[in-house]
Design a protein around this ligand. Structure first.
Ligand code: MN
Length: 712
């Protein structure tokens, strides 16, 4: 038998005397209302709400929730009405009690009409979440209520027992799981399991019991050794042998027997939990653990880097300990641990001693973003959606013209709603009707509104104003993301065009007529777009692309190497013919990196032209053309560049110092001035097109310089 004193002593630890008084008043009111009523167990009925409240006090819930837990059955069972509760205990408590009562009624309805358990339980949970979306505390009270009902289930007739246990297993345990309250989840599951499959339950309980002392001794030994090791790594940690849950073992046995494996192979019959101070300590502890015991490969999970759906975070590993027993080890921080045990209820735990609560808000922001992100990538899975809704009871529900319910955060606008319906509808949204009246895009919507969106076909995309935080056009992250994505896409097109322009301009600058398609095909890019994007975003320059072309790389094909004769006089190799002299054609003056071709002259060996040289293009005797390549080690080649610039004192000096900094020799320099403009023709010796490209852009970056081009 529980007493009010126990509840008082538990709540005194974290509530004020005034709040304790509220709780006392609620208790005496409930006790009086339920007087004379008995539970199926024969206990006075008040024991049930009292135990429900005590359970919630373990989760440090606030005084309103505790009071509501004490009063949760008075409307249903004692004919008290909501006005009475509101008057005596306030609006908030009354709302909570009504929430729980509604839920009880929904349950009864379900029992009479259809079997909840036969329908999809995700849908049922969703319904439950929506009906309780006003306040997450309703869910917590309902779960605590169910917990006590499960603990006293044995007093009910068998049929009722089975249907309640099944409902618990299929709805309430997953709900606790989704809310991240693991402790509750395990307890509900084990209780349901005990009632649904008493024989299996008994067998597993005996199995665990028969080896209990042996197991405990073993686990203690492992804890000791782990603890010593962690100390040597200077990691502060608390280590505990994790209590095993019968239902999870049962599920594992079933799974293993399907795989024809025995119970001895179930790793986490032995389990350990290490709680440390920081995330970096988690990984350090993992390292320490793996240094004493061999991890089983493929059983490691990093839920810190990728948290589970319900935000659970931990490192899981299974190692082979003494006597070759596998032991599952979970490593997490204290905060992760609290969140995993108490889930959303950790909200109240954290509030304790932290009045302005900034840490919690910070955490919630992070969780919100995570959920938002999950929703983006999981394709708005209904459940994640409603889970999010309910954890943060700050949602409004609005109707589409067809009567569908949509959920949005408080403060969401017509435009948010448009984006929620469809991205394209958001982009083209020009206004909306709220409850039949025309309103502007940034009008906030309220609970119960019916919203109709108006779009225009002439509008191509959103306005930048929409993501201006001062103008409050949208509230939801998903709408903001979609608007940004639209602009990013525009940006992408801009970058592509920009890349194309740069490429065309630079190709012209260095006198190459290779097409962009050809260039992309021969380089490492998968497409012209990819190449244009890389250039447009400044990740690569044209000279780099040309320099990386395969014909500018040393050949590795042995057959070709043997046939390849290197002309002794230059840095050019002529493929597939005998010893021939090569010389550089004067008409186009190629330098290394240029795409080149040889022309077999009648007297003087091979003349090397740029592939696109006008003389080559016009050449009728194509059979006289021969493939040639630049050699790997290249001497310097002369090239002419023309610099157009504003005339400025010291101009020539800055140009020549740029050139000499590159350790390039200047062959000649001719400078002309006219009406404030300078034209400088420079003959320089470069080792290839990469160097030429670099020198051109360096000179172009000098302040008075307008343009630099290669000339022939
Ligand atoms: Mn109840």
């Amino acid at each position: 038998m529980e007493t009010i004193n126990n509840l008082i002593s538990k709540t005194s630890k974290y509530l004020t005397p005034a709040q304790i008084l509220d709780i006392k008043n609620a208790f005496y009111f409930a006790e009086k209302s339920h007087s004379g009523q008995l539970r199926a167990s024969g206990e006075p009925f008040i024991q049930h709400p009292l135990k429900t409240a005590i359970y919630l006090s373990n989760l440090h819930l606030d005084s309103e929730a505790i009071s509501a837990a004490l009063l949760h059955d008075v409307i249903e069972d004692c004919g008290i009405n909501e006005e009475q509760i509101a008057k005596k205990f306030g609006e908030q408590v009354s709302k909570l009690v009504i929430g729980v009562t509604k839920l009880n009624r929904a349950e009864i309805l379900n029992e009479e009409t259809t079997k909840i358990v036969s329908t999809s339980n995700a849908a049922s949970i969703r319904k439950m979440l929506i009906s309780m979306s006003d306040d997450i505390r309703v869910v917590l009270i309902k779960l605590a209520d169910r917990m006590h009902n499960m603990q006293t289930l044995k007093y009910l007739p068998k049929e009722k027992r089975i249907s309640i246990a099944q409902e618990t297993l299929e709805i309430y345990a997953p709900l606790a799981h989704r809310l991240g309250i693991w402790e509750m989840k395990w307890m509900l599951e084990d209780l349901a399991f005990q009632n649904l499959e008493p024989e299996s339950y008994q067998k597993i309980a005996e199995l665990l019991n028969s080896k209990r002392s042996e197991r405990e001794e073993y686990i203690n030994k492992v804890i000791e050794k782990t603890s010593t090791e962690l100390k040597s790594f200077k990691i502060n940690a608390s280590i505990e042998g994790r209590p095993k849950h019968l239902f999870s073992i049962h599920k594992k046995i079933k799974k293993y027997s399907e795989m024809n494996r025995g119970i001895s192979e179930i790793y986490d019959l032995f389990a350990l939990r290490i709680i440390v101070n920081s995330v970096s300590d988690c990984y350090a502890a993992l390292g320490a653990v793996h240094s004493i015991w061999h991890p089983i490969t493929g059983v490691f999970d990093d839920y810190i880097a990728s948290p589970k759906d319900n935000l659970y975070q931990s490192l899981h590993t299974t190692v082979i300990c003494e006597n070759s027993h596998p032991v599952e080890i979970q490593i997490r921080t204290k905060e992760m641990h609290e969140l995993s045990e108490y889930g959303v209820a950790a909200h109240w735990l954290y509030k304790e001693g932290d009045i302005n609560d900034s840490k919690f808000e910070h955490k919630m922001t992070w969780i919100r973003q995570l959920l938002e992100w999950q929703r983006e990538i999981s394709g708005s899975e209904e459940f994640v959606e409603s889970f999010k809704t309910d954890i943060f009871n700050d949602q409004v529900f609005v109707y589409t013209p067809k009567g569908e319910i949509k959920e949005l955060p408080i403060g969401a606008t017509i435009l948010d709603f448009a984006y929620l319906i469809h991205t394209e509808i958001g982009h083209r949204c020009v206004g909306g009707k709220r409850n039949g009246k025309l309103v502007s895009l940034n009008t906030k919507i309220s609970n119960g509104d019916t919203v109709e969106i108006m779009t225009s076909k002439n509008i191509k995309g959103p306005s930048l104003d929409w993501i201006n935080p001062d103008l409050n056009y949208v509230k939801t992250t998903s709408a903001k993301t979609k608007i940004r994505q639209w602009f990013n896409k525009q940006q992408k097109e801009f970058t592509l065009n920009n890349g194309k322009l740069i490429l065309q301009k630079q190709l012209k600058k260095i006198n190459e007529t290779i097409s962009l398609e050809e260039l992309a095909q021969n380089s490492n890019f998968n497409s012209v777009d990819e190449m244009m994007f890389a250039v447009g975003s400044g990740n690569i320059t044209l000279p780099q692309i040309i320099n990386d072309l395969p014909q500018n790389q040393p050949k590795l094909d042995n057959d070709q190497v043997s046939k390849k004769i290197t002309s002794p006089t230059s840095g050019i190799e002529v493929l597939g013919v005998g010893d021939l002299l090569t010389k550089i054609a004067k008409c186009c003056n190629p330098i290394p990196g240029d795409l080149i071709i040889g022309f077999i002259t009648r007297s003087a060996g091979v003349t090397v032209h740029i592939k696109s040289c006008i003389n080559i293009m016009n050449e009728k005797e194509k059979e006289r053309l021969i493939p040639v390549n630049w050699r790997e080690q290249q001497p310097s080649y002369p090239v002419d560049i023309k610099i157009e610039s504003w005339d400025k004192v010291g101009l020539l000096n800055s140009i020549t110092s740029v050139v000499s900094n590159e350790q390039i020799n200047i062959g000649s320099c001719v400078s002309e001035e006219y009406d404030g403009f300078s034209t400088i023709k420079l003959n320089i010796y470069v080792n290839g097109i990469k160097q030429l490209g670099r020198i051109i852009s360096k000179i172009e970056s000098l302040e008075p310089v307008i343009e630099v081009n290669r000339v022939n």
